[in-house]
Ligand binder design. Structure first.
Ligand code: ZN
Length: 668
């Protein structure tokens, strides 16, 4: 059955009541920028930019005309007044008169021309905004317009849709040359009724003297492009319902293997996210996918996120070779020596696995996915209009290897230690497990947290976090959790076996078999299933798999009344030792921590602490620090040790048992 994926057509979201809170030109600029940013079919992930021209009196009493233009690093959807960089108009107009200006030098000149040194770097399209003689200027990359521009008859269609209400500028890559070209075309083509400027294969500018009018001109032109698609039967591109989207055990291993191969090509671990949108799988299964996907991206700047073309199937060697050939073929287009980017794909279209996006972080993978889902819709519509025809590869290459992008490589950004890696933590809703979630996220990992407590789903709101309510003693629930981990992040690098129960103190003489068994099921048996299911994924972890078992001081130094707990943790430790022996050949390290007296967990209330302390004749403070070093051991301390055991310091250690207890006389 076909599923419709049609969104409501673009319409004005202007609301008079809302605008009362936005007084003044800059505030109005903020308001309509957010309206544009809230519509993903207009701007995606930091794309698009807006500006307003304002005259202000400076400290010396001079009136200075400024362009407040979107600063880099800000997203239109959430922009604030301080997200706009104030740049002197006279400097911008003077720069636009130069014959030549390298883009890196342009970016420097834009910063020099700012009147607030603390403002963000101005958009590289600042000069373009300055030359348009209107107070408010809006710029987006609307899907509908891009669909009709990227067809063989694109220019005619733009003329049909926009008439002579717009100036049309042929494709020039973003940067100084584009601004220059617009500075020539705009006065030549514009007339009194001009409301916008179409940049072929790129996007749309609208402008006016009020924020509302400029915004509504944008909405009106985009709605016309959508109407054109609808009138030509190219709007509603149905998607067949998916089948076979579930990733079974074998499929999980295939995903993790694909992740291993892509990470090798990239030279570092990468996150692979399988899209849950049925449009992805349907597109991957199109009979003509090889032709339409090979044409190129919807707009050139997507290349930074998605690469020029997706990988079809799983031939990573073939894809890498083709990428290197593309680099060699086009490297001569630049006058400087270029640093090749890694040849790994960012989008994979596989007829079985569907649409998979790739990134160094979960959020990078998410952005690539969002962009490609829009690309799929845009391609499908353009095909209905006749044919999808992206810009030639050379033009895309120029943007991918633009000097400002190359400069970013040279600044040598350092990645966090677990960037691109995936950790699964059990018992992650509270205590040490919860502290582990933070410790692994802080170190750049994507984290899957399991817990019986429903609070697990909200333990973090990071894109890199997936919380799953799961009773680890139920085998099917554990299998489902591994499926979700593989689909969301592509595999598993680190497993933290932390979940456990601490039953009420009971002497052996009074121990019921039911209580004993329940403790064994959680603290021991469940971990057998977790280890078994993690093995195929850990064995193909790009940097080698790691397992850390949270055992207990009770293993080396048991106490009376905790027979079930101590015996389960001792057996778990022995299980870890055997696993270390068996998995060493697969490059998987298995280590154990033995924490003691960690009181900042859910198990310990102030009242219980006072009681226990009193029973030993101590103050609470003495009881908390009752160890050789006289220090308090916190959940964060234990989590830090667990994370470090997954890091390079423990790269050559397996089968080790490390106490985190402030020093315990019976353990030492
Ligand atoms: Zn643009």
């Amino acid at each position: 059955m076909p599923m419709s994926q049609v969104r409501a057509a673009t319409r004005s979201l202007w609301n008079d009541a809302e605008t009362r809170a936005f007084r003044g030109d800059l505030a109005q600029r903020v308001y309509t920028s957010r309206l544009l940013g809230s519509d993903q079919s207009l701007v995606l992930h930091g794309g698009g930019n807006t500006s307003v021209k304002i005259t202000e009196r400076n400290l010396l009493g001079e009136d200075v005309e400024l362009l407040y233009v979107k600063g880099s690093g800000w997203d239109l959807a959430t922009i604030e007044p301080e997200g706009f960089a104030p740049v002197r108009m006279d400097a911008l107009l003077a720069l636009s008169q130069l014959d030549e200006l390298a883009d890196a030098e342009m970016a420097r000149q834009l910063r020099i021309a700012m009147v607030d040194p603390a403002a963000p770097a101005p958009s590289v399209e600042a000069i373009l905004h300055a030359i348009l003689p209107h107070r408010f200027v809006d710029h987006t990359h609307p899907d509908a317009l891009i669909a009709l521009m990227n067809t063989p008859s694109g220019l005619d269609r733009v003329r049909t849709v926009c008439g002579d209400d717009v100036v049309v500028v042929p494709y020039v890559m973003p940067g100084f040359l584009l601004s220059k070209r617009c500075a020539q075309e705009f006065p030549r083509q514009s007339r009194p009724g001009t409301v916008g400027m179409v940049l072929m294969h790129h996007g749309l500018f609208t402008f006016a003297d009020t924020a509302r009018e400029s915004y509504e001109r944008m909405v009106e032109l985009v709605a016309r492009a959508e109407e054109h698609l609808r009138a030509n039967g190219a709007w509603d591109v149905g998607v067949p319902s998916p089948d076979g989207m579930n990733v079974e055990r074998e499929r999980r291993k295939q995903l993790a293997t694909l992740r291993h191969d892509i990470s090798s090509a990239a030279g570092r671990p990468m996150i692979l996210s399988t899209s849950t949108n049925p449009a992805g799988l349907a597109f991957a299964r199109r009979a003509d996918v090889a032709r339409v996907a090979a044409s190129g991206p919807a707009t050139p700047d997507h290349v930074i996120r998605t690469k020029r073309v997706p990988m079809l199937g799983r031939d990573i060697e073939g894809y890498s070779a083709a990428y290197r050939a593309y680099f060699e073929e086009n490297a001569g287009r630049s006058s400087t020596r270029l640093t090749p980017l890694d040849p790994a794909p960012r989008i994979v279209l596989d007829p079985e696995l569907g649409l998979i996006s790739v990134g160094e972080s979960a959020s990078d993978a998410r952005i690539a996915e969002d962009i490609y889902l829009h690309t799929i819709e845009t391609i499908s519509r353009a095909e209905r209009l006749g044919a999808w025809q992206a810009l030639p590869a050379g033009e895309i290459f120029d943007v991918e290897y633009w000097e400002l992008e190359q400069a970013k490589l040279r600044t040598g950004r350092s990645s966090p230690p677990f960037a691109g890696e995936v950790a699964l933590i059990t018992g992650a809703a509270s205590g040490i497990g919860r502290a582990c979630v933070d410790a692994f996220l802080e170190r750049g990992a994507a984290v899957v947290g399991l817990d019986v407590d429903a609070a697990i789903t909200g333990a973090s709101n990071s894109t890199a976090y997936l919380g799953i309510e799961c009773d680890i003693t139920i085998e099917d629930s554990v299998l489902a959790a591994f499926e979700a981990a593989a689909r969301t992040f592509g595999g598993l690098d680190m497993l933290v076996l932390n979940a456990g129960v601490f039953p009420a103190s009971t002497p052996v003489a009074a121990l019921s078999l039911a209580d004993w068994s329940r403790t064994m099921r959680v603290n021991l048996d469940a971990n057998v299933v977790l280890l078994r299911e993690s093995h195929p994924l850990l064995a193909v972890a790009p940097r080698g798999g790691r397992v850390v078992v949270n055992a207990s001081k009770n293993v080396p130094a048991p106490g009376p009344g905790a027979a079930a707990y101590s015996a389960a943790k001792a057996a778990l430790t022995q299980l870890a030792r055997v696993t270390a022996l068996e998995w060493g050949a697969d490059g998987i390290r298995v280590n154990v921590v033995h924490p003691n007296a960690v009181f900042d967990t859910g198990l310990w209330t102030e009242e219980i602490l006072r009681e226990r302390a009193a029973s030993y004749g101590m103050s609470v403070e003495q009881y908390r620090t009752n160890n050789v070093l006289r220090v308090e051991v916190t959940s964060r301390d234990v989590a830090a040790m667990i994370a470090e055991m997954c890091g390079p310091a423990f790269a050559k250690t397996t089968g080790a048992q490390v106490p985190v207890d402030g020093g315990h006389e019976r353990v030492i």
